[in-house]
Write a protein that binds this ligand. Structure first.
Ligand code: ADP
Length: 194
């Protein structure tokens, strides 16, 4: 068993993915790579990338694969990632992104893909409550629709590679997190943290 983990966490918008990523970071010392966070930070700082993606995010669309891949490739090459391991959040979202990710990681590979399962009705309720700027009703439904058409096939693709562990995302933060930890240890992934 290696000393780090390479993970992807999938879950619909509002599934609690961000919270559970933070718990994984805390417990296993992984680096959290969220394409959404990186894009929003660029929007806040009014970078060239930020100005380009702002209208896309506000209507709930997907940023093009080349832009996203350049971001991720840059980040995955840094030495801290190799030392600490990582959990990807919000990426990959399309089959093209998935295929590129697998190539980028070679000769290494992902250890596991966690699919945090929360139904559409429940996540819609949760997102209406949290009120982020791209959480306007229309953008929410657009993002949920893209999740079904683009991301669900991606999860299937990873499942065919035997990498997916589906975890019930309904329950308390602690309950959900312990389900994730069990799913990882069932796959022999238990990394000691200092
Ligand atoms: P959510 O999971 O709630 O949609 P994210 O923070 O993952 O939120 O992403 C916010 C937005 O950023 C997306 O709606 C999309 O516009 C853009 N985005 C993030 N990651 C990607 C990606 N991998 N490919 C394309 N667009 C992305």
């Amino acid at each position: 068993m290696g000393s780090t983990m390479s993970l992807v966490l999938f879950g619909r918008q509002g599934s609690g993915k961000g919270t559970q990523c933070a718990r994984l970071v805390e417990k296993f010392g992984l680096i959290h790579l969220s394409t959404g966070d990186i894009l929003r930070e660029n929007i806040r700082n009014k970078t060239e990338l930020g100005l380009f993606v702002e209208p896309i995010l506000s209507r709930g669309g997907l940023v093009d694969d080349a832009t996203i891949l350049a971001l991720i490739e840059d980040r995955l090459e840094k030495s801290d990632i190799k030392e600490s391991g990582f959990v990807l959040d919000g990426f990959p979202r399309t089959l093209a992104q998935s295929e590129s990710l697998v190539k980028m990681l070679e000769p290494s590979s992902l250890d596991a893909v966690i699919n945090l399962e929360v139904g559409i009705e429940e996540v819609t309720k949760r997102m209406e409550l949290r009120g982020r700027s791209d959480d306007a009703a229309e953008a929410i439904s657009q993002r949920l629709q893209l999740y079904e058409t683009q991301t669900v096939p991606v999860i299937k693709w990873f499942d065919e590679k035997g990498l997916v562990a589906t975890v019930d995302g309904v329950g308390s933060e602690d309950q959900v997190f312990s389900r994730i930890v069990s799913a990882l240890s069932e796959r022999g992934l238990e990394v000691a943290v200092s």
